[in-house]
Write a protein that binds this ligand. Structure first.
Ligand SMILES: Cc1ncc(COP(=O)(O)O)c(C=O)c1O
Length: 398
């Protein structure tokens, strides 16, 4: 499997070991527990001396197939899974951090992650230092002062800012920190954080990995030692991935590269196209030369991703008028699916934050997050054009 190319791995990784009865697809094993007539064998499996399953909160064959697939796609030694992306993030941080520890991260992480940093970790006496995203000197300086974890997300949600993962991973290594990267937006198709020096890669599998907006899930990939410790926390705390969700994620991941490559193309074309509208103030997409971190993105990503955001003149009122006019987009709090999804950050990624907190993160109230689907690009462009055209009086008034 190691020598196979990405598309081949995404089809075959994790599949064969779980098949029974000549089935060609991984079965959904709903059984909560796994029985043994041989007491000695039961014991050997229970203490981990023999492969097998005991109880669904710990392991399950369908879930294991999902873990193996994401492990191989991220080029990791080990992987474990979770009920959601947030469970992956919170279980990882709870495993790695204890009272008195220090964590360094950036201001623009996903809203839920930001809440862990600002609300929950301080409550557990963990010192959290949030640096301006993209200010690499400041991040390096804070990391050098000493920290247990350096936590990055690149590109960020929703303004798609980029952090130089290789440079930051080197800084983290020198300080003895565990370097964690949320790779949800990029996917392993566009970015391989472990190759860039990260210790752990995190995913909300709910997004691009599943790709069809029908299953929640999360994953963490990295060294056997780190993943084992995070798995141990999860098996006790119980944020386990459901076997049916695991199956849907496996099925989605088989087309990951096809989907993401089309989404890369569509997002790039939409980002260019949006710049031609008077009503559009700013467009944020790492593939645009005007993007603040375009050069870093070009260096560390093999594709610029399917996510972009843009702000419109007229702020929240204009967003309220514009979005319902789109025919080929779900107005929803998700991203990465085959359908185009749009939404204001104030109701999606950063709904947990106050307007002041969003402003401090550089997220205007009129910002629209655009997750490009795999539709035909001509239809997506035409759809935006007709939506903007339906607002001429409003645009002129502003
Ligand atoms: C970058 C990123 N990380 C993590 C999450 C959390 O994932 P989940 O919704 O599966 O808990 C999200 C959700 O939007 C996200 O965008």
């Amino acid at each position: 499997m190691k020598e196979a190319k990405f598309s081949t791995k995404s089809i075959w990784a994790g599949e064969r070991d779980q098949l029974a009865f000549g089935a060609t697809q991984v079965p959904v094993v709903h059984s909560v527990s796994f029985g043994y007539d041989d007491m000695d064998e039961w014991y050997e499996v229970a203490v981990g001396n023999k492969p097998g399953h005991i109880y669904g909160r710990n392991t399950n064959p369908t879930v294991q197939a999902f873990e193996e697939k994401i492990r191989i796609l991220e080029g990791a030694e080990a992987a474990t899974s979770f009920s959601t992306g947030m469970a992956a993030i919170s279980n990882t941080l709870s495993t790695l951090l204890a009272p008195g520890d220090r964590i360094v991260s950036i201001k623009d992480t996903y809203g839920g992650t930001n809440k862990i940093f600002t609300e929950f970790l301080p409550r557990q006496q963990v010192e959290v230092v949030l640096c301006d995203t993209g200010d690499h000197d400041v991040i390096e300086h804070e990391v050098a002062k000493g920290c247990k974890v350096l936590y990055l997300e690149s590109p960020t949600n929703p303004t798609v800012k980029i952090t130089d993962i290789k440079r930051m991973a080197e800084a983290g290594k020198m300080a003895g920190a565990v370097v964690v990267v949320d790779n949800t937006f990029a996917t392993p198709v566009n970015q391989q954080p472990l190759e860039l020096g990260a210790d752990l890669v995190i995913h909300s599998a709910t997004k691009y990995l599943g790709g069809h907006a029908d299953a929640l899930g999360g994953a963490v990939c990295g060294s056997q030692k780190l993943v084992d410790s995070i798995y141990h926390y999860r098996e006790i705390n119980g944020a386990t991935l459901d076997p049916m969700a695991a199956y849907l994620l496996i099925r989605g991941m088989k087309t990951l590269k096809l989907r993401v490559e089309q989404q890369n193309r569509n997002a790039a074309a939409i980002a260019e196209y949006l710049q031609s509208f008077d009503m559009v103030e700013d467009v944020f997409y790492p593939g645009l030369k005007s993007h603040l971190h375009h050069d870093i993105a070009k260096h560390q990503m093999s594709g610029f991703g399917g996510m972009l955001s843009f702000s419109v003149k007229g702020g929240v009122a204009a967003v309220r008028d514009l979005l319902p006019k789109l025919k080929y987009a779900n107005r929803a709090a998700n991203l990465g699916s085959v359908e185009t999804v749009v939404g204001p950050s104030r109701t999606t990624s950063h709904v947990e934050c106050t307007p002041e907190e969003r402003a401090a993160m550089g997220i205007p109230e009129g910002l629209i997050r655009y997750s490009a689907g795999i539709e035909d690009i001509d239809d997506l462009k035409q759809d935006l054009a007709q939506a903007f055209q339906a607002l001429p009086a409003y645009a002129e008034n502003k």
